[in-house]
Design a protein around this ligand. Structure first.
Ligand code: 8X3
Length: 251
């Protein structure tokens, strides 16, 4: 019989990579997917070298044909961690680039839709499937300059909530994890189009933002609860962040 399998999108870095490691340690065969094949290969080697099981598949979640082909190639899927996403641009609504907004919607919402639709038959067939959608505190609270990302993550939140309702009676849980400030590789840098100074300013004076490992721990905890326990939604912030705009910074 094939081993229990977890598909992780956006697995080449940050929260995706950290969660893939944790799910592998928890006994899952992890299918690592992202656009950057070289990084996936390196992570698959690392996981395999530590005695666990992983495979790397280059994938763009916005390419529905490729997502369908991956789903068709797997014998089994028990967990889908729909993690691929991100922010692009930090401009006000008045002047933001619609192309950035379109990309954010494509990845954060339609990317989740593509993977959910492709893997859902397999998740149902597993008899105990779990979808984990990585949203954000931006899924609930707007902030200046966040408009396109906030809109997209509200979309991801709506998708997760709707899916949970529609799957009532099916053996599939729908979990949403909504992190606040996470200092993860690349997130802020991508948002600021590679501007390192602006990216660093996001975390300035914050002694301990969350790490990718903190979120990996949370996702793995939710996934490994008994099958009848559906952790609907978890909002996870660092102690230094009491609300979206309330961050404790040391001078
Ligand atoms: C990341 C949190 O505050 O940058 O999803 O939107 S925030």
């Amino acid at each position: 019989m094939s081993p229990r399998t977890a598909v992780v999108t956006g697995a080449s870095s940050g929260i995706g990579a950290a969660t893939a490691r944790r799910l592998a340690e928890a006994g899952y065969h992890v299918v690592l997917t992202a656009r950057r094949a070289d990084r996936l290969e390196a992570l698959a080697k690392e996981i395999t070298a530590s005695g666990h099981s992983a495979a790397a598949v280059a994938l763009d979640v916005t390419d529905r044909g490729a997502v369908d082909a991956l789903a068709a190639s797997l014998d089994r899927v028990d967990v889908l961690f729909a993690n691929a996403g991100g922010a692009l641009g930090a401009d006000p609504v008045a002047t933001a680039d619609p192309a950035d907004w379109r990309t954010m919607y494509e990845v954060n919402v339609l990317g989740v839709l593509n993977t959910v639709q492709a893997f859902l038959p397999g998740l149902i067939a597993s008899g105990d499937g779990t979808v984990v959608v990585l949203s954000s505190t931006a899924a609930f609270t707007p902030y200046e300059g966040g408009g396109g990302y906030v809109a997209a993550k509200h979309g991801a939140h709506a998708l997760a909530g709707t899916l949970r309702l529609e799957l009532l009676g099916e053996p599939v849980r729908v979990v949403e994890i909504a992190p606040g400030m996470v200092k993860s590789e690349g997130f802020a840098l991508t948002r600021f189009h590679g501007d390192e100074e602006k990216a660093a300013a996001v975390y300035a004076g914050v002694a301990e933002p969350l790490t990718s490992e903190d979120i990996a721990d949370t996702v793995t905890w939710a996934v490994t609860r008994p099958p009848h326990v559906n952790v609907d939604l978890l909002v996870v912030r660092p102690r230094a962040q009491a609300a979206q705009h309330r961050v404790h910074r040391k001078p």
